[in-house]
Design a protein around this ligand. Structure first.
Ligand code: G3I
Length: 339
């Protein structure tokens, strides 16, 4: 018979080795509800080291059918020096996803941050394009058939709007670096879906128009782009009802898909946070969005700019919060009238 002593030793061992099970939500998983409706429900911001915690791994595989890395695919972290690649981090994520029948989204091919010194030293446009081609081919060839969609460019516009960020690529190649990136990505993996990833467009009408003008311009030039990934990092203010639907309709008219890529809600008001989760998921589904990802799922690893905010659906101990149940209600309650 297990004695108090042996039980406490077992508890200590379990705690030490993270063998603790995640608390039950008491209901079906988001993944089960999503799969009934051919929805991809995913978590981004996955650092492979987090998988060392078996509860993290258990909740990730149970609740989601899609994942994407946090920083490990960003150029400086994946390819810090010419010809040198840190494949092991992404390989571990891809293996985990394959083992749990999840799809993987590539995040961070190029963005304004996280570029290696060997690239930043290149000031010739053609040489910079050649470096981009070499990098995209190395990464996309390795994960061909394993990573089915990519954020090709992330955050090309100024955060609060007002034009393109004058980042390394813009300064060396000019605004055409965006078109170059999509053409290079398409050639590197013709089977993968290619997204432009942007923030704040749900909150700032002028930036929303800027992104539409940029993307419709790319489409008009025949640039191979398949979709728009809306980050949806929501801070303190709910999204105006109808804005998500308006964006989906406007991009679908261009033949493009809209995905939610990095949903989280930054506020100290948990009631507001819960309402926003429910409202965004409900409108996204009714607008026809079938690919929804959160920027993580446990406050244990949240990235926030609001001190004290708990922006995610599970707490630090993987206990489902009201945000989870609001998301679950919107997902399980969604009836796809198009089917
Ligand atoms: O790896 C270095 C480490 O060597 C160094 O000691 C440490 C101290 O400065 O920094 C580490 O790099 C940090 C990196 O995350 C890896 O942990 C960077 O400082 C830090 O700025 C970086 O933050 C990431 C941020 O993007 C910027 O790349 C966040 O973890 C990540 O959650 C956040 O994610 C972005 C998406 O990619 C795009 N959309 C917005 C989203 C949230 O901002």
């Amino acid at each position: 018979m297990k004695t108090i002593a042996s039980l406490s030793v077992a508890l200590l061992v379990a705690t030490a080795t993270c063998e603790l099970a995640a608390p039950s939500t008491g209901t079906s998983s988001l993944r089960e509800e999503a799969q009934k409706k051919d929805i991809l429900i995913g978590s981004g911001a996955i650092n492979p080291d987090y998988l060392n915690d078996t509860r993290f791994a258990a909740v990730l595989a149970e609740q989601f059918n899609s994942l994407s890395p946090e920083n490990e695919m960003k150029w400086v972290f994946l390819n810090p020096a010419e010809g040198q690649y840190n494949w092991q981090t992404i390989d571990r994520l891809v293996d985990f996803a394959e083992h749990h029948d999840m799809v993987v989204k590539g995040h961070g091919l190029i963005s304004s941050c996280c570029n290696p010194d060997y690239l930043l030293k290149i000031t010739d446009a053609e040489a910079s394009r050649t470096a981009m081609k070499a990098h995209f081919e190395a990464v996309m060839h390795r994960y061909h058939g394993k990573v089915d969609r990519w954020d090709v460019v992330t955050e090309v516009l100024e955060t609060m709007g007002g034009g393109l960020q004058h980042n390394y690529f813009y300064n060396v190649t000019g605004p055409d670096y965006i078109e170059d990136a999509f053409r290079i990505a398409r050639a590197a993996d013709p089977s993968a879906k290619l997204f432009i990833n942007e923030n704040q467009v749900e909150a700032i009408p002028s930036k929303r128009q800027e992104l539409y003008d940029l993307v419709s311009g790319l489409v008009a030039k025949g640039v191979p782009i398949d979709g728009v990934a809306l980050q949806m990092h929501i801070t303190e203010v709910a999204v105006v009802p109808g804005v998500i639907t308006e964006m989906v309709d406007s991009y679908e008219a261009l033949g493009l898909e809209v995905a939610i890529a990095e949903l989280d809600v930054h506020t100290l008001n948990n009631t507001l946070e819960t309402e926003i989760y429910g409202a965004v998921i409900a409108e996204a589904l009714s607008a026809g969005i079938t690919d929804i990802s959160f920027w993580g799922f446990t406050d244990k690893h949240a990235y926030t700019w609001v001190p004290g905010a708990k922006p995610l659906m599970f707490d630090e101990n993987y206990k489902a919060k009201t945000e989870f149940y609001a998301t679950h209600k919107a997902l399980s309650g969604f009836i796809d009238t198009c089917q």
